[in-house]
Design a protein around this ligand. Structure first.
Ligand code: SAH
Length: 234
């Protein structure tokens, strides 16, 4: 998979992708992430890429020209499955969307800034708009990093224990069951006996029952519209 990120603030993203799981995934050749400074495509002598909004009002707008040039240049080299614009009014990112995007080959992700981008970018150049939540951040870099993390950790070989992403919250429509590690007793606080039983079927049943119960308590909306979910053993 290849991800090209277009941004006005590339340095914000460099450190994110230069570390941890995301860096290892790139070193293993499982994903290529290219971060591009939109100023590279500015025809302005001061390398500006934003301007005032027509009609007035506070806030600068990212101009269409450099964005159009950037996308055209990338598309000359290879085809892209999606050109994604990070936007607070886009489709809300959730696990099924991350799963879907993790199956794609090449993605462009555009980060907005200031007031956002010229609307014609959204009308003509973007194929999908994604929000990471109903709140407004000052730029699309953190949202792009969140989206990339959610996608990249799903790529086969990225996580050491390959089953681990599948047992995370939301993958089966349930939140994750509680996890414990050594010591089995700390400060008088004990872990559930079943986890020490060595009986894997009982442990699996307990985890499932905990996941269902937690989902009921914390995220009941995940259970709505899923009548096929197994409640029987809860
Ligand atoms: N004026 C815009 C907000 C612009 S915020 C509005 O009211 O909708 C500046 C940029 O930050 C946006 O262009 C977008 O790329 C990014 N951004 C802010 N909040 C976001 C969110 N919740 N999800 C995704 N991107 C977001």
């Amino acid at each position: 998979m290849r991800i090209d990120i277009l941004t006005a603030l590339p340095r914000l993203l460099d450190s994110w992708f230069g570390d941890s799981i995301l860096q290892r995934a790139q070193q293993k050749g499982l994903v290529e992430v290219h971060i591009h400074d939109l100023r590279k495509w500015s025809n302005d002598k001061h390398k500006r890429i934003d301007d005032y909004a027509f009609g007035g009002g506070a806030g600068m707008v990212l101009q269409i020209e450099p964005i159009h040039l950037a996308i055209s240049e990338l598309k000359k080299e290879r085809s892209y499955d999606e050109v994604i614009y990070m936007s607070p009014d886009g489709a809300l990112l959730d696990q099924p969307m991350a799963n879907e995007l993790s199956l794609k080959g090449n993605l462009i992700i555009l980060c907005g800034h200031y007031k956002g981008v010229d609307e014609r970018v959204r009308e003509h150049l973007v194929t999908r708009e994604v929000s990471i939540g109903n709140y407004v951040l000052s730029g699309g870099e953190i949202p792009a990093a969140v989206l990339c993390d959610a996608i990249i950790r799903l790529l086969p070989g990225v996580l050491n224990d390959e089953t681990s992403a599948l047992s995370d919250s939301f993958q089966d429509g349930l939140v994750a069951p509680p996890a414990y590690s050594r010591p089995a007793e700390f400060n008088g606080w004990k872990i559930p006996d079943v986890l020490l039983s060595g009986h894997q079927a009982n442990i699996d049943a307990w985890r499932h029952q905990q996941a269902v119960e937690r989902t009921r308590q914390r995220r009941p909306e995940l259970l709505e519209g899923s009548p096929e979910l197994p409640f029987g053993d809860g």
